[in-house]
Design a protein. Structure first.
Length: 398
């Protein structure tokens, strides 16, 4: 039976990022790392109009820069130079500008396939071993860590198991880790779109009576659309012929970027706030969507997960104990509690505030956006949260 110091279950963007964050320390201290992933990443990146993407906050860029990876990632990224936040039918709006914050970009939009390609290419096979395609069927606590049983019935023992297998983690349920789930009663429509005018590095967060709508700049002039509607309405929109869908999206967003010219494949996802009630046990850490899944409109989910992974790598590096030591994992969870509390709360409250039809809130929202735009301290605080810096005082701009 093989034994590893650390086993990362899930080699997606969060799991692969953690492996890279641990790589140098593992090499220095002789740690062995195993990553188990059901989907083979492949050896080459294939561009696609319909590629799914992630919004990387400025703070996430700083993490990848420290890994020496940002130059490669940035080759296929689009900078978010401005963020325009507004409510349909109201005069109040807030505008965030990268130059006012002293940075080149507030964040970046990167295709998931390209980001994954860059991460996998940077892994050192002498330090991080892959089992791929492979899946962990059973995860059982044992005296010195966890026993992993894979889908080929082979078994592995590890001192620290990191659960990063996504929001529908069957292993999380198998271990009896409870989750708090709060449905938003909304469905996200996801697609890539192109307008007659270039996006010029602008991102839009537009709150409508029927749900929030976000457009993020992508490479090659595309925009990533996240349009949240009530489930029945989302189902109707998903089934519309392309021309009718374009017409209704144009009506909801307006003509800030000109006429909508191209629409890619549409996908729909039900939305809920999901939080694991435990993220650390002896020899076990829970990361990514298995730990917390947020509403996508604020674009904070992956960035929070990356900061969790960064903090975990820092905690393991600073400890003189073996990676699975419970006191080390408890310290990591305590250190990340404030960041998670603020980021989850920020994402959740913004979503609920602008989705509410309660009388009197509409005017207050407009006034709040106007005040945010006119008051520099409020704008600075909001910008730092959006940039993934508001809860990370150790991250310096520049």
């Amino acid at each position: 039976m093989s034994r590893f110091d650390i086993a990362i279950i899930g080699g997606g963007l969060v799991g692969a990022s953690l492996a890279l964050l641990l790589q140098a320390q593992a090499k220095a201290r002789g740690w062995s790392i195993l990553m188990v992933e059901p989907y083979a990443p492949g050896d080459s990146y294939q561009p696609s109009y319909d590629a799914r993407s992630s919004a990387l906050a400025y703070g996430s860029r700083l993490i990848y820069e420290r890994l020496g990876l940002w130059q490669a990632i940035s080759e296929r990224s689009a900078a978010i130079e401005q963020i325009h936040v507004s409510e349909q039918g109201r005069l109040g709006a807030a505008r965030l500008n990268a130059a006012q914050q002293g940075v080149h970009a507030l964040g970046y939009v990167v295709e998931n396939a390209w980001l994954g390609h860059c991460l996998w290419q940077a892994l050192d096979p002498d330090v991080v071993q892959w089992r791929c395609p492979a899946q962990v069927e059973r995860l059982e606590a044992c005296e010195s860590g966890y026993r992993l049983t894979l889908d080929d019935e082979s078994q592995v023992i590890c001192g620290l198991a990191v659960l990063a297998d996504g929001g529908r983690s069957g292993l999380r349920e198998q271990l009896g880790i409870a989750v708090a789930t709060t449905p938003y009663q909304q469905t996200a429509l996801i697609a890539n779109v192109s307008f007659s005018q270039g996006h010029a590095g602008q991102a839009f967060e537009r709150f409508t009576r029927d749900g929030p709508l976000a457009l993020l700049p992508m490479p090659e002039g595309r925009c990533a659309l996240v349009w949240t509607r009530k489930p029945a309405e989302a189902k109707r929109l998903l089934a519309l012929p392309e021309r009718e869908f374009i017409s209704q999206l144009q009506q909801a967003f307006g003509y800030r970027l000109g006429a909508l010219r191209q629409l890619g494949a549409r996908h729909a996802y039900p939305l809920a706030l999901v939080e694991a009630q435990e993220q650390a046990r002896p020899h076990l850490a829970v990361l990514g969507n298995a730990a917390h899944s947020l509403h996508p409109i604020a674009g904070q989910g992956f960035n929070l997960s990356l900061r969790d992974a960064y903090a975990l790598a820092q905690a393991l590096a600073a400890s003189e104990q073996a990676p699975g030591c419970f006191s080390t994992l408890q310290a990591w969870q305590a250190a990340q509690h404030r960041d998670q509390l603020i980021t989850v709360g920020f994402s959740d409250q913004v979503t609920r505030l602008f989705s509410s039809s309660a009388r009197g809130l509409a005017g207050a929202r407009g006034a709040g956006l106007l005040a945010l735009d006119l008051l520099p301290p409020a704008k600075q605080a909001f910008a730092r949260l959006a940039m993934g810096l508001g809860t990370r005082p150790g991250f310096a701009l520049g």
